[in-house]
Ligand binder design. Structure first.
Ligand SMILES: Cc1cc2nc3c(=O)[nH]c(=O)nc-3n(C[C@H](O)[C@H](O)[C@H](O)COP(=O)(O)O)c2cc1C
Length: 272
């Protein structure tokens, strides 16, 4: 799966990764309150302009917003369901009870997931291991996985106070898998060895973010497919960008990374 990434994973980038082996993609996160209020900028974030399988990612708080949004939602293109982001650690979100702060509101999240499913839509959850080390140690992530009826859980193996230079803790996966729910591993996955490592722990799949921006062919490569080189991928990206139109900052975020051969550890240090 291609990870949702703000200012990167628009229709253009999602189609590029899908063509090169990603099975499922996600829109960038959209605030449910903005969608409920019919905010045009927020609505554009979740527009699906092609048949690429995509889940729409929501950062959600209020159940009445969800009800009014779902009441008039019409699926288009490759719509493949909704995803609730309960992993965003940004203080701006957490202060408002959004993102990581939702990890302790299991019953509420479950009601929202079921509201989506009652409309007949698939629904997944993307999370971290808790807001901080304390929550991780108390294994709040297991409460979420056990208590919520999502179709699958993407577990980014860091807690909310950890930056990208902190090593993801894949050792959490066996407990997650033991719940009997479908688990997708996420965090620094960029090689067949890492995929095999987490697969051996029983996860159903992997989600790849930054490594896919450098090499959108990574999905195909991990599946043993022959993939085009960086120059061909850049050309394909710009052709798709012409087709759909692209916001400048999305294009510059992709173009400055695509084809870069830096190790993920170096990038972690760079991103802080
Ligand atoms: C530039 C950038 C933007 C991101 N935006 C989102 C987002 O909108 N929603 C989300 O759930 N995660 C977001 N993330 C987190 C990624 O989806 C992913 O969980 C994280 O990068 C770890 O995976 P990776 O090591 O494969 O990159 C973002 C990450 C980056 C680097």
């Amino acid at each position: 799966m291609l990870a949702p990434m703000e200012d990167i994973t628009d229709n253009v980038f999602r189609e590029l990764c899908f063509r090169h082996g990603a099975d499922l993609t996600f829109t960038v996160m959209a605030r449910l309150s903005g969608l409920a209020a019919r905010n045009g900028n927020t609505e554009r974030k979740i527009e699906l302009l092609n048949d690429v399988p995509s889940q729409i990612q929501l950062v959600a708080l209020r159940e009445d917003d969800l009800k009014s949004f779902l009441g008039r939602f019409e699926s288009t293109g490759g719509f493949a369901g909704f995803n609730f982001n309960i992993g965003c650690p940004s203080p701006q979100y957490v202060k408002q009870g959004l993102g990581c702060a939702m990890m302790k509101r299991v019953s509420k999240l479950n009601r929202m997931v079921n509201a989506v499913k009652n409309h007949g839509y698939p629904c997944s959850v993307k999370m971290r291991l808790g807001m901080n080390l304390f929550e991780k140690q108390r294994k709040v992530y297991l409460n979420v996985i056990r208590g919520v009826d999502a179709d699958f859980f993407i577990v980014h193996a860091r807690h909310g106070s950890e930056h990208y230079e902190a090593k993801p803790d894949y050792s959490v996966y066996p407990d997650c898998v033991a719940t009997g729910k479908d688990i997708i591993a996420n965090g620094n996955i960029d090689s067949a060895e890492k995929v095999a490592f987490v697969r051996d722990m029983g996860v159903k799949g992997v989600m790849i973010g930054r490594a896919a921006v450098r090499d959108p062919g990574i999905f195909g490569r991990l599946k043993g497919m022959e993939e085009p080189d960086a120059v061909a991928l850049r050309n394909e990206y710009t052709t798709l960008a012409d087709k759909y139109g692209v916001v400048n900052k999305y294009m510059s975020n992709v173009m400055k990374r695509l084809g870069q051969k830096i190790a993920i550890e170096e990038e972690n240090a760079e991103m802080g």
